[in-house]
Design a protein around this ligand. Structure first.
Ligand code: SF4
Length: 351
């Protein structure tokens, strides 16, 4: 495993030299092929609710954004979308929503997860279920794990506590986010986190610390994407931008992450695909091995805008684009993070 100093990472990120860009991509692709092969796994993304109790300054779903129509798919609709995905070859789905931590909501999600596991389990190992529902209590994470979910995505957004506080209201804290990541790990989830790249106030040094944070926290999955402003949120008015080439920096961040953490799963984010026509291809070349096609019903998609101009590619198009980039779209496999199994083995040895 390769380590870089903060200064080295900053130099790589700031560099405009095409040779550095090429060097990082070539190394990342080699590491990815040695550790994860050419396979690209799918996580069908079902954004089942855009209702959120939180007020993050950068997000279109924030509680105080009155310009969106709120929705919540009903139980049957979520299960039917999951089963349709399963019939089409998906082995994993991701259920995502704004943060709602009432016991009624968590009971509903737990019941939906258990039902999907039972129905899909009739054919082989069934669907792998990733959740992305924000900060919940330890007991609620445990309840969802017991229901059958086994991966959880909770982005830290920035590893700099001061910056974190600048992009979140006072009632949301960095330490609480860390506690949640720790709880997920203790319960046994494959834990994913990530950051936005290029938002106002963020420096290249912050990004270097982010990469070191992921390594230090021994994460299993990573989801990073360029920051894309949403017009109806407070951060849209903030102009202090230090990162000049957000797309190029995002690609280099992915490449450095793959070099520093060769056996994790890493997403080629929708945000990356939304800001550049070659976003998917470049993301894969930089070491990403997961894509998350959006399965949310057409009628609701425009209301799940975390940021502006979110792109949607059809499943078939994605598969063609993956092949064209030189990788293998891989259906009927969970494609879990090998890093997770490695750390579990090491943990068992230490006990
Ligand atoms: S980032 Fe998540 S928790 Fe924050 S406002 Fe958006 S949906 Fe809610």
């Amino acid at each position: 495993m390769i380590s870089f100093s903060t200064t080295q990472i900053v130099d790589y990120l700031k560099s405009k030299d095409p040779a550095i860009h090429h060097f990082l991509l070539e190394k990342a692709d080699r590491y990815r092929q040695e550790n994860r092969g050419r396979a690209v796994y799918f996580r069908g993304l079902i954004e089942y609710s855009n209702i959120c109790s939180q007020n993050c300054f950068y997000c279109g779903l924030r509680r105080d954004n009155l310009f969106i129509k709120r929705y919540h798919l009903d139980r049957e609709e979520i299960i039917s979308l999951a089963m349709e995905a399963h019939n089409n070859g998906y082995q994993s789905i991701c259920l995502q929503s704004g943060q709602v931590s009432s016991s009624k909501e968590i009971d509903l999600v737990a019941e939906v997860v258990a039902t999907i596991k039972e129905l899909s389990g009739k054919k082989g190992q069934g669907l792998g279920i990733t959740l992305s529902l924000g900060e919940l209590s330890y007991q609620q994470y445990q309840q969802l794990w017991n229901a059958g979910a086994h991966r959880y995505l909770l982005r830290i957004e920035t590893s700099n506590p001061v910056l974190f506080q600048k992009i979140h209201p006072p009632e949301q804290s960095f330490s609480r986010r860390l506690e949640c990541l720790q709880a997920l790990r203790e319960i046994g989830y494959q834990v994913g986190t990530g950051v936005m790249i290029g938002f106002p106030g963020q420096s290249y040094e912050d990004l270097a610390y982010d990469l070191q944070f992921f390594r230090e926290k021994d994460i299993d999955m990573l989801g990073m994407g360029p920051y894309i402003p949403h017009p109806d949120v407070p951060l849209a008015d903030e102009k202090k931008e230090y990162i000049s080439d957000v797309f190029g920096t995002s690609i280099k961040m992915l490449a450095l992450a793959r070099i520093m953490m060769p056996d994790i799963n890493m997403v080629a984010s929708t945000a990356l695909q939304s800001i550049h026509p070659d976003g998917l291809k470049m993301g894969l070349k930089a070491g990403a091995n997961i894509v998350m096609p959006i399965l949310t019903p057409e009628k609701n998609r425009q209301d799940y805008m975390l940021y502006a101009n979110k792109k949607h590619s059809a499943f078939e198009t994605l598969q063609q684009d993956i092949k064209a980039a030189g990788y293998e779209p891989t259906l009927w496999q969970w494609g879990d993070s090998p890093h997770y199994f490695k750390r579990k083995r090491e943990q068992a040895k230490g006990e």
